[in-house]
Structures are given as structure tokens and as C-alpha cells.
Design a protein around this ligand. Structure first.
Ligand SMILES: Nc1nc2c(c(=O)[nH]1)N[C@H]1C(S)=C(S)[C@@H](COP(=O)(O)O)O[C@H]1N2
Ligand SMILES: [Mo]
Length: 357
């Protein structure tokens, strides 16, 4: 069996398999872009296997491998360590997938697989220092309690970080989301949080941290989550979040088609923009292919989305609204699709048809 992820792209109708994934893993309704901090129930979800049921009283985190001292920690042990809260925007690497032509068959996100929560936990770096990494450690492998199959291979969800990446101060072992214990679907009792990276790095239901002396070759590290031009391209690993802006669709939707209707005149347009590569520097609002600058609110932290707004003088008729972000590293959100074999990192600009009456 091929180790390459994905079934290959299609332009056919949505499959039953995609529908099953879509109902298990929901996105954030775009109107929730209005909140600085996404209420937990509106935050998007991506769960590969089943949500494990974990009793915090029996649960332990093991830190082992190429370390001087093996640690076995209870949730109370972790909660007793230095505590940090950070607003962080998480986005699934597959966000934008179903807007690709042809469409890679997987979780069929449109544009809203995103959310921003206030995550609380203890910095990973402190626990790594306590365990004492040996000189030959090159990566840290993070494994979750969830278990399943990918392409016939049986596995736990696991990802790794280089020692340099794992040592960054913003990386947390998080046990609270928006001031509450993690919900089961978001990784109770503990998850890794890698701010600035696409969501796949932030391993949920975390119960093992292993320091290893050679690069980790697990499925979600070495096979999946690569930008590949085709099944035989070794590709490039997916890491930090590409810039994206989204706008709150104005007016009122039609139930079935989601087509929007609004009244002519001055209309406040608002949305959010983020990038894991560098701070957001500019957002433009687009109407029928023309662009105007939007105003940016002050940032709410280095790793959270930033609100933007502008006033649009809406003329009667049909229009297509859009927006695009540019970050301080010069990354500009594209208008055209960013195609690759498994449909990751497609940050093409949003397009919202509206009817102004
Ligand atoms: N153990 C485990 N961790 C995981 C996943 C998973 O399926 N299992 N999914 C990853 C992916 S692809 C994403 S996008 C984020 C989603 O986090 P959320 O559901 O809390 O929004 O979790 C990541 N961590
Ligand atoms: Mo994801």
C-alpha cells in the first residue's frame, strides 16, 4: 500500500467519507470572527480518530528517552508549575481545502477552520530542563492517547519538534481553554500548544513526551503534512501558518444557499487577520476585484488574530466581497488557489457573493 497520504484529488461531488468527516469536525461559524476570544463551543475541531475518555485521576504524563531524569507527572504536578496564559489562534492546515480544483479528498474545510482561545498551561521548556536533555537528543516526540489507522498502519497521533523549536518560550503544555479545564474534544486533560504553527503540531490528549536521538519518522510527521506537488514528490514539511484575513459576512443569509442580502448605503465591514510567520502588517478589503485598505485594531498578542474593519459604501446590485492579509515578512495572501496534493496551506482569499438592495 502506498505510504503517500490522500486518495488523490477529484472534481466530483462530495463523497460520503468527506461528509462523515465534516459532521465530526466542525468549523467556526464566520460570524464568530466578531469575538476576540472564540467561545469554546464555536472553536473549530479536528479529531483524526475517536475522542479518548480520560480520567484525570489515573492519567500521567511521561517525559522519557534521551533525558537525564525520567518524569512521571500527574495533572496536579503540572498545575503546580509556573502558569502562563496566552491568546493563540489555531488554524487547521487543511483550511481552504474544498476550495481547491481539483479537490484532495479529506476533511472538506471551506475557509473557517480557525479559532482563537486563551490557553493556560506551563511552558514546555521548564519541564524539558527538569528532565535534562542528553547531548545526543535531536527531537522531542509528542504522543496522544488517541489511536487508529492510516493507510493500513496502526498508530497513535504523534508529532515531533526539533530541540530548538521545542525550546521556544511560547510553547505550552495547556490544561485550560478560556479559563476552564480542556473540553474532551480539545484534548482533556493536557495538550501541547505550538503558537504560530498550523494546528497539527498542537498534540491533544498528550500523555508521552520522548526525547529521541534521530528524526522522528511517524506518519503525521514524515508522510502527512507536507506540501507535495504529487504523490511522488518528497515535498516540504508544513509548519507555520500562512497569512489569512477573513471577513464577517455582512447582511442576512439565505438558509440553504447562504447567499447574503444587505441594504445599500454605508456598511461597516469587519474581520480578523493572522499569520504565524510574522505580525500582520496590512489588510485590504476587496469589492469586485478592486482593493481598499482596512484599519487594523491594536494586536492582542504575538500569536492571536488581529481585528480589522472598514466602511464600505454598498451600491445596489450583486457584488463579490473579499479580503487579503500581508505580514511583516512580506508574505501576501494570494487570490488564486495554493494547490498541493493533500490540500494544505490553501490561504487563497475569501470570496463572499452578496446582493445589495
Ligand atoms: N492527539 C491528537 N492531537 C491532535 C489531532 C488529533 O487528531 N489527535 N488533530 C490535530 C489537528 S490536525 C488540528 S488542526 C488540531 C485541532 O485542534 P482543536 O480540535 O482543539 O481545534 O489538533 C491537532 N492535535
Ligand atoms: Mo488540522
Amino acid at each position: 500500500m502506498s505510504k503517500t497520504p490522500g486518495k488523490g484529488p477529484t472534481d466530483g461531488p462530495l463523497t460520503v467519507e468527506e461528509l462523515q468527516l465534516a459532521v465530526r469536525n466542525h468549523s467556526m461559524p464566520l460570524e464568530a470572527l466578531r469575538y476576540d476570544i472564540t467561545p469554546a463551543g464555536l472553536h473549530y475541531l479536528l479529531i483524526h480518530f475517536d475522542i479518548p475518555v480520560i480520567d484525570a485521576a489515573d492519567w500521567r504524563l511521561s517525559i522519557y528517552g534521551r533525558v537525564g531524569r525520567v518524569l512521571e507527572l500527574s495533572l496536579d504536578d503540572i498545575r503546580a508549575r509556573p502558569k502562563v496564559s496566552l491568546p493563540v489562534t489555531l488554524e487547521c492546515a487543511g483550511n481552504g481545502r474544498s476550495r481547491l480544483h481539483p479537490r484532495p479528498v479529506s476533511q472538506p474545510w471551506v475557509t473557517e477552520a480557525v479559532g482563537t482561545a486563551l490557553w493556560t498551561g506551563t511552558p514546555l521548556s521548564g519541564l524539558l530542563a527538569e528532565a535534562g536533555l542528553l547531548d545526543d537528543a535531536v527531537e522531542i516526540v509528542f504522543s496522544g492517547a488517541d489511536h487508529g489507522f492510516e493507510k493500513g498502519e496502526e498508530l497513535d497521533y504523534a508529532r515531533s519538534l526539533s530541540i530548538a523549536d521545542a525550546s521556544r518560550p511560547e510553547i505550552l503544555l495547556a490544561y485550560e481553554m478560556n479559563g476552564q479545564p480542556l473540553l474532551p474534544q480539545h484534548g482533556f486533560p493536557l495538550r501541547l500548544l505550538v503558537p504560530g504553527w498550523y494546528g497539527m503540531a498542537s498534540v491533544k490528549w498528550l500523555d508521552r513526551i520522548e526525547a529521541v536521538n534521530r528524526p522522528f519518522d511517524g506518519y503525521y510527521q514524515a508522510t502527512n503534512y507536507h506540501y507535495r506537488s504529487g504523490p511522488d514528490d518528497p515535498g516540504v514539511p508544513v509548519r507555520r501558518i500562512r497569512p489569512r484575513a477573513l471577513l464577517v459576512p455582512p447582511g442576512y443569509p439565505d438558509f440553504l444557499t447562504r447567499q447574503r442580502t444587505l441594504s445599500a448605503g454605508l456598511c461597516r465591514i469587519e474581520g480578523r487577520a493572522w499569520s504565524g510567520e510574522a505580525p500582520i502588517e496590512r489588510v485590504e478589503f476587496g469589492v469586485d476585484g478592486g482593493w481598499m485598505p482596512a484599519e487594523l485594531d491594536p494586536p492582542q498578542g504575538a500569536f492571536a488574530w488581529r481585528r480589522w474593519s472598514c466602511i464600505w459604501s454598498a451600491e445596489p446590485g450583486e457584488h463579490v466581497l473579499s479580503c487579503r492579509a500581508t505580514d511583516a515578512a512580506g508574505n501576501v495572501q494570494p487570490i488564486e488557489q495554493n494547490w498541493n496534493w493533500i490540500g494544505v496551506g490553501n490561504n487563497m482569499a475569501q470570496a463572499i457573493p452578496v446582493m445589495v438592495r
